[in-house]
Design a protein around this ligand. Sequence first.
Ligand SMILES: [Zn+2]
Length: 416
Amino acid sequence: MGALKKYIRLVDTQQLDNRITFTFLTDLDCFCADSFYVDYADKMLDAPESIKNIVFAAVMAPVCWATGARLELPCLDSVYIKALEGCKQYFYDLKLRNWSFQEEIVTRPVENKGDPQVCGLLFSGGVDALTSYIKHRDERLDLFTIIGLDVPLDQVAHIKRCEDRIRAFADGRGLSCYFIYTNIHDCFLFERLRKFSTIWYSEVSHSMLLTGLTAPISFPRLNKLYIASTHSINHKNLPMWGSNHILDNRICWAGAHVIYDNGDLSRLQKIEKYLKGFPEIYKYVRVCWAQSQEYNCKKCEKCMRTVIQLLMSNIDPAACNFPIDKNTLPQLKKKLISYIGYHKFFSGSEDVLNTYWISSQSMVEIDKLEDIYGSREFFQWFKETKVLKRKFNPLLLSFLGWGFCVKSALLKILNK
Ligand SMILES: [Zn+2]
């Protein structure tokens, strides 16, 4: 053991039925609980401890890289230990402010023999995941859906709605689907990690956590695990994002390796190349994380971005669970023109604005557009408009951020 004071120590990996509970000790101040669980529902779980512990290492290793804490686990898959070195190097190369990289991992390496037979796909029903399914539909694919990260566990009705739709998708295609439930985010005080990353889950933890969660249930038969790309590798000045072709392709464990899929395509290109030719799967599209009442809200930035991209490919958004009407596009235009509406809509994210919206402007081909809900008129304006380049006002952003915090706190109180 080294002389590092800070530590995260896994003290118990307990399995009851198909739920694993990890209990740990730490002297870091970014946790508010000392255990979390991962539940594999009705699927039989029979993995060795060193494979189950991949979940714990996937969650905690980045925290240790940032804080410099020592990570202690009784045992861990030897291939995954090596993979962690590669992942750490990825973050190290980013030259991140405040990150220590002085940690060490103390564990007993265990060699596990995989028996890779199937491929897996992390599956949410979003455009990226659906297009990855289409691309790999001739391979033997298992679907893995993680619940408790983007959709909170207490949103029972919404979870059921999403599960039913994914189950119908899998059943209709003879695929196995695995639902994985976790309360891992309840352990964290994410505001204590802000000095390392503004949005820890999205910017750091994303692919390591999602892929790690599949290890206990997919061992030993998993070969390739596809994680659909969020960003195209061709985009310039990509925002920091915890899932990309460099990081994700370094993740592997006994017999299994992760593949950042379709990274050469933008979201618009994925729709054109894959989704457009498969109208039978339009009804499964779900992209919205802004709320838990409807399948897609049809108002938030991500919903409207998807609507725009579908229209650019001449796909009726209504067929993809965005029942818009003739008022939708004029309302969006109004929002973008209005000063407050614009800032609210983009929530101050210049990355989203640049990566998706401004880059889409140049790709509009008016002559090829069918007129769906007034889309031709809207895109005539959209293609030429300069309002998207409007600068964000830091004062207004902090006011909106404050308003958002107050709103979230009030909703939490009212829901109790
Ligand atoms: Zn939405």
